[in-house]
Design a protein around this ligand. Structure first.
Ligand SMILES: [Zn+2]
Ligand SMILES: [Zn+2]
Length: 155
């Protein structure tokens, strides 16, 4: 029986998380994984209790929405909040992380970044990942593949 691969499974989770995004500019999801287990997840959204972009509009400065915390940062902060080590973990993201998130990912000890979509891939981020020995790999994700697993005959 055909099973979904781990890569597609965790990437699907990140795409599901992205559906919770509150920013109208881009919906991003991130899943932190260790030993093939999801230890945290995040999407880009406002701080808890804060106004949402979907309600009040984006807060744009220098062509960036500064209202939200990025998905990767939210996932890392969730680990910090609950005391879950990120050392040696891996992260699955819907989009290539921004420079700030790349630095946070490296500093948190995450050893691999899997991303589905290229997104302004910053050359300095790629340089930092390489210097830090963090594996970076694009994992193409086709959302249409999920229903074939969900509705497979015999399930
Ligand atoms: Zn926004
Ligand atoms: Zn970011």
């Amino acid at each position: 029986m055909e099973r979904i691969t781990w890569d597609q499974y965790f990437m699907a989770q990140s795409h599901l998380l992205a559906l919770r995004s509150t920013c109208t500019r881009l919906a991003v999801g991130a899943t932190i994984v260790r030993d093939k287990r999801m230890i945290a997840g995040g999407y880009n959204g406002s701080i808890a209790g804060g106004a949402h972009c979907i309600d009040e509009g984006c807060y744009v400065e220098d062509n960036h929405c500064v209202r939200t915390i990025h998905a990767e940062m939210n996932a890392i902060l969730q680990c910090a909040k609950f005391g879950v080590p990120t050392e040696g973990a891996e992260i699955y993201v819907t989009h290539f992380p921004c420079l700030q998130c790349c630095k946070a990912i490296i500093q948190s000890g995450i050893r691999a970044v899997y991303y589905a979509n290229d997104y302004k891939n910053h050359p300095f981020a790629l340089q930092l990942f390489e210097q830090a020995g963090v594996k970076v790999q694009r994992v193409p994700f086709d959302v249409e593949s999920i229903p074939t697993f969900l509705y497979k005959k015999g399930r």
